[in-house]
Design a protein around this ligand. Structure first.
Ligand code: AMP
Ligand code: TRP
Length: 343
């Protein structure tokens, strides 16, 4: 696939990532890598969702820095701002405007079923922001304000994309229009759910981890990576010959999936290489592969972070294109609702 080939678009993809912490291996393998491979087959839009990030308090300086860093991570991973639209959510007011309409379409009962809200709010539901509760309505607006048809995400976001479908269908039905497509989640690859290195039953996630040793960050040095993999929790048995042999061995399964995703193989193919190995040998091999894949990306991220003006220029171009696409669709939605047209 070459950048100059005119694209035969299979539809429009939209995906987002919260600039609420450092990018980690889950973001890379579950999301960004898939976006890179899809970006030229679809009209592609990738967004730093800062409005979503503040549903949980963010230090303002950190938020600004993280927004650039996530953009740098995407560009360093191969997202090409010339081939797709890379932008910041708060630069395009239509997201928040359509989200308000969706707040009035989505039912409380639907939001009450969202497992991410339950996980994030935890026992402290009363003290959660109201933004955290209506988070999925804003996510539906992100997708539908561009009439996106496909949403490539990690497994954890499937329920939110399904809610976006329900919102699109109810909007179309309530207002008697055929305005919004029903977007499809695209969940692919051997690492749609990367687990913590310390506990194979917990998702690798910045917010839910007590220790940095549980996550590999995209900014980690080769030494950091080696140390974290060396300390990763495992079990005492050698690696099995078949994927069935990984059943009930959550940590082993996670590390095999990570190796598979990093080396573009299936877990079966990885096990052909490593069956019978002790974890010490497996971990050295995994470290080699992780450093070889992530090292060049980290170096390019660092180069971009040293030149924020280059990042900001790319994001301005993206925001201009996104605003132009969103404006007429928001207008159609407002007209369907019956808002008096502004003159
Ligand atoms: P977030 O950092 O929560 O905004 O997530 C951005 C993207 O990364 C979403 O598509 C998530 O589904 C994906 N993602 C986040 N954590 C993981 C994980 N541990 N495994 C796989 N995908 C993930
Ligand atoms: N909720 C997603 C996450 O936590 C991020 C996101 C926001 C998103 N808006 C989106 C993903 C629209 C896909 C499409 O990862």
């Amino acid at each position: 696939m070459s950048g100059s080939t005119p694209r035969a678009s299979k539809g429009r993809i939209f995906s987002g990532i919260k600039p609420s912490g450092n990018l980690h291996l889950g973001n890379y393998l579950g999301a960004i890598r898939n976006w890179v491979s899809m970006q030229r087959d679809y009209d592609s839009m990738f967004c730093m969702v800062d409005l979503h990030a503040i549903t949980v308090f963010q230090d303002p300086k950190e938020l600004t820095r993280n927004t650039r860093e996530v953009a740098a991570g995407m560009m360093a991973s191969g997202i090409d701002p010339a081939a797709c639209i890379l932008f910041v959510q708060s630069h395009v007011p239509a997201h928040a405007e359509l989200a308000w309409v969706f707040n009035c379409v989505a039912r409380l009962g639907w939001l009450n079923r969202m497992t991410q809200f339950k996980d994030k709010a935890g026992k402290n539901r009363e003290a959660s922001s109201s933004g955290l509760y209506v988070y999925p309505n804003l996510m539906a607006a992100d997708i539908l304000v561009y009439k996106a048809t496909h949403v490539p995400v990690g497994e954890d976001q499937k329920q939110h994309v399904e809610l976006a479908r329900d919102i699109a269908a109810k909007f179309n039905n309530d207002y008697g229009v055929n305005l919004f497509p029903l977007p499809e989640p695209v969940i692919q690859g051997p690492a749609t759910r990367v687990m913590s290195l310390r506990d194979g039953s917990k998702k690798m996630s910045k917010s839910e981890m007590t220790s940095d040793a549980a996550l590999i960050y995209m900014t980690d040095t080769a030494d950091d990576i080696a140390q974290k993999i060396r300390k990763a929790t495992t079990d005492p048995n050698p690696l099995p010959e078949t994927v069935e042999g990984l059943t009930g061995r959550l940590e082993a399964e996670n590390l095999v999936n990570i190796m598979a995703a990093l080396s573009d193989r299936t877990p079966e193919q990885v096990l052909q290489e490593v069956a019978g190995w002790q974890f010490s040998q497996f971990k050295s091999r995994l470290t080699e592969i992780a450093v070889a894949t992530l090292g060049p990306i980290t170096a390019e991220m660092n180069r971009l972070m040293a030149d924020p003006a280059e990042i900001d220029r790319a994001l301005k171009v993206g925001a201009d294109k996104a605003r132009a696409l969103a404006a007429p669709i928001l207008k159609e939605a407002y007209a369907a609702v019956g808002f008096l047209p502004a003159i």
